[in-house]
Design a protein around this ligand. Sequence first.
Ligand code: NI
Length: 183
Amino acid sequence: MLLPIVQFGHPILRKMSEDINDTYEGLPKLIADMYETMYKAEGIGIAAPQVGKNIRLFVIDADPCADDFPEVKGFKQVFINAHIIERSEETMLTKEGCLSLPGINEDVRRPSKIRIQYLDEKFQPHDEIIEGYRAIVVQHEYDHIDGKVFTDHLGALKKRLLKSKLNAISNGKVNTKYRVILP
Ligand code: NI
């Protein structure tokens, strides 16, 4: 089932999300719906707050970016209760966009290596080092479960230049091929 995607300016995107346990009702269906919604909207990741739920869940399939970043070939993963516990000093600058901020694409600098603990969809625990563009995609989605969006990482000047575009989204002026939930 396709879910509408919450747009920038909605308070749900600014809340810290909570861990869940394996009794969370309807989780397999929610995960399937998030993938369906993400593919249809041509995203490479989507987080639960973007579909209106403040829980620590996000899904990724970054395989479509493998031409530009070979390390994401086949990178499809569900992350539940994710917690990043280490971030590298080294950074990487890449162009980001977000289904909650349509029409905005900006260069963002992030750590190029992270250590992350999470559960997969079977609630099996993982403790992994993730590098390169995989780490970038994970950190973008992880931001959403911590109440952040990618434009938060931009400098003051860039933010000022984007202000009118961001205000337009907050005021419901969006033009997307997918259904949305406006602020
Ligand atoms: Ni996003």
